[in-house]
Ligand binder design. Structure first.
Ligand code: FAD
Length: 462
C-alpha cells in the first residue's frame, strides 16, 4: 500500500461480509493504476461520510473512506450544532468536553420586529438540552479520525472522478480517482477502487450522483448561505443567536424586500464569532440578490461594540448551497446509496444539515450492515432497497411540512406578519422552536410534541 495519505485503524485482512475479497487486485500491466477493494467505498469524509464509515467499521465491514481534501480543511458552515446534532455525536461516541474546545449553548436567542426572545432548548428524554459550536475545520477531522479509530481506511487527497459500472447491469462496482498533492493538484497517479456498494457522501454538488443520472429535483426548496468570522467580545456567547429581518432592495422598484431566511451570530469561543445568513429560493428576490451585500448591510446595523467590521474580519465571506427536503432521489439504486447533502437532506425549516448528515449515515449503516449479513447478491440487494423507505419514514413527512413552510415564508408579507405577531408570543415561539429544530419527543411528550408528530405522519413523504 504505497499511497502516502492513508490512515488505518484496525487492519482488515479480508472483507468482513465474505462476499468480496479485500485483497488488492493483481495488476497485469506496469502502467495500470493501483487498485484496491473493500466491502463499502464511501466518497467524501464530511459528517455524513465519516459517520457512515465509523458505524460500518464498528459493524466489522471493510470500509474505504475517500476524501479529496487533506485534513484539517476548511468547510463553509455556520458551525452551529443543535441538540439533534449533539444527540448524533453522543450516539457515535464522540466526547465533547469544554476543555477540548466544544462551546456549549443553552438555546436560541431570536431577534426581530423590535423583539428579543431567549428560548432554552427543550428538556426532553430523546435529545440533550444543549447545543454546541465547533468550527468545521476541527469538527470534520475529529469525525474522520473517529472513523479511522474504529477501523475505517481513510484516503485523503483522493479525488474521485468517475464511477466504474458493471457492463451488464449498469450498477456501480467501484470508482476511479486521482491522487492529489498537498496543494490539491493532481500528482499524476491514477487510482482504482472496487466494492459492491458505493456511498455518495460528496456533498451538495454530488458529482458521483450526477454521473449515475441522479440530478437535483427542482420541486424541492434550496437555500443559499454565506458566512465569515470576526474577532468579537461576543465570541463566548452561550446562546445561538438568529436575526429574522434580512432586507434586500428590489432593483426595479427600489423598495426594501423582506427575505425568507435569517442571519446568525454563533460564538466560536476562540475569540471569534461565525456571522452569516441563509436565504431560501422561494421568494421572487432569489437569484437577483447579492447575498454578500445583504450580509454586509445587516452587519453594519449591529451594535459597534460587537466589533463586526472590516478590520476585525478574519477571513473572506464564503458561501454555498443548502440542498433541502430530499432534493436528490432515489436514495438507493444500482449500488449507489446517498447520505447527507448528496441526498438533499438539509432541513427546510432551519437550514441545519450536520444532524441530518450524521443521522442518515447512522441509518444507512444499519441497513448496509444487515444487507452484508445476507447470503448472495439478491438477499443483499433486497435489504439495500429498503433504505429509501427508512429515510422517508424517519424524515419524509416532516420535510414535506418544511417544504410548505418554505413556500409560505417566501411571500414577504407572510414573513413580515410572522415576525410581527409570532415573536411576542413566547408559548407559540417555544412550539415553533420545537418544529423548526425538529426536537419533538417521538413517544409521549406534551401536546405540542404530539401535534408535531401527528402532522409529520399525516403529511405525504417528501
Ligand atoms: C454557509 C453555510 C452555513 C451552514 N451552517 C450550518 C450550521 O450552522 N449547522 C448545520 O447543521 N449545518 C449548516 N450548514 C449545512 C452543512 O454544512 C451541510 O449540511 C453538511 O456539511 C453536510 O455534510 P455532508 O457530509 O453531507 O457533506 P459535506 O460536509 O459537504 O462533505 C462532503 C465531503 O466530500 C468531499 N468530496 C466532494 N467531492 C469529492 C470527490 N469527488 N472525491 C472525494 N471527496 C469529495 C468534500 O471535500 C467534503 O469533505 C451550512 C451550510 C452553509 C453553506
Amino acid at each position: 500500500m504505497s499511497h502516502s495519505n492513508i490512515s488505518t485503524g484496525t487492519e482488515h485482512a479480508a472483507g468482513a461480509s465474505g462476499l468480496v475479497s479485500a485483497e488488492p487486485i493483481s495488476l497485469t500491466a506496469e502502467s495500470a493504476p493501483r487498485a484496491e477493494s473493500a466491502d463499502v467505498i464511501i466518497v467524501g469524509a464530511g459528517p455524513s461520510g465519516s459517520a457512515t464509515a465509523a458505524y460500518l467499521a464498528m459493524a466489522g465491514l471493510d470500509v474505504l473512506l475517500l476524501e479529496k481534501a487533506a485534513f484539517p480543511r476548511e468547510k463553509v458552515c455556520g458551525d452551529g450544532l443543535t441538540p439533534r446534532a449533539v444527540r448524533e455525536l453522543i450516539t457515535l461516541g464522540i466526547p465533547t468536553p469544554a476543555e477540548d474546545g466544544w462551546i456549549k449553548n443553552h438555546g436560541l436567542r431570536i431577534v426581530g420586529g423590535g423583539h428579543r426572545l431567549e428560548l432554552d432548548w427543550p428538556d426532553l428524554a430523546s435529545f440533550p438540552p444543549y447545543g454546541l459550536v465547533r468550527t468545521r475545520k476541527d469538527f470534520d477531522e475529529i469525525l474522520a479520525r473517529h472513523a479511522v479509530k474504529h477501523g475505517a481506511r481513510l484516503l485523503e487527497s483522493t479525488n474521485v472522478t468517475e464511477p466504474i459500472l458493471d457492463d451488464r447491469t449498469g450498477a456501480i462496482i467501484g470508482v476511479r480517482a486521482k491522487a492529489l498533492d498537498p496543494e490539491g493538484r493532481p500528482t499524476g497517479e491514477d487510482l482504482v477502487f472496487h466494492a459492491p456498494l458505493v456511498v455518495a457522501a460528496d456533498g451538495n454538488s454530488s458529482r458521483l450522483s450526477m454521473s449515475m443520472h441522479r440530478p437535483r429535483r427542482d420541486d424541492r426548496p434550496m437555500g443559499v448561505a454565506v458566512r465569515t468570522y470576526y474577532t468579537s467580545p461576543r465570541h463566548d456567547d452561550d446562546y445561538l443567536e438568529s436575526w429574522l429581518e434580512l432586507w434586500s432592495n428590489d432593483s426595479q422598484t427600489g423598495k426594501r424586500v423582506l427575505l425568507p431566511g435569517y442571519g446568525w451570530i454563533f460564538g466560536v469561543g476562540d475569540g471569534t464569532s461565525n456571522v452569516g445568513l441563509g436565504i431560501l429560493n422561494t421568494s421572487a428576490a432569489f437569484g437577483k440578490t447579492d447575498y454578500r451585500d445583504v450580509l454586509k448591510r445587516w452587519v453594519d446595523t449591529l451594535p459597534p461594540e460587537w466589533t463586526f467590521n472590516d478590520e476585525t474580519m478574519t477571513g473572506p465571506v464564503r458561501g454555498a448551497a443548502l440542498p433541502m427536503g430530499f432534493n436528490r432521489q432515489p436514495h438507493y439504486d444500482l449500488g449507489l446509496l446517498l447520505v447527507g447533502d448528496a441526498g438533499g437532506m438539509v432541513n427546510p425549516f432551519n437550514g441545519e444539515g450536520i444532524a441530518y448528515a450524521m443521522e442518515s449515515g447512522r441509518l444507512a449503516a444499519e441497513v448496509i450492515a444487515q444487507a452484508f449479513a445476507r447470503q448472495g447478491d439478491a438477499g443483499r440487494e433486497k435489504v439495500l432497497r429498503s433504505y429509501p423507505r427508512v429515510m422517508k419514514d424517519s424524515l419524509g413527512g416532516y420535510y414535506t411540512l418544511g417544504r410548505g413552510f418554505a413556500t409560505m415564508i417566501g411571500h414577504p408579507e407572510i414573513m413580515r406578519l410572522a415576525v410581527k405577531y409570532g415573536l411576542p408570543r413566547t408559548t407559540m415561539m417555544k412550539f415553533l422552536l420545537k418544529i423548526m429544530a425538529n426536537l419533538a419527543e417521538p413517544h409521549g411528550g406534551d401536546a405540542g410534541d404530539r401535534l408535531i408528530n401527528a402532522l409529520s405522519k399525516m403529511a405525504p413523504d417528501a
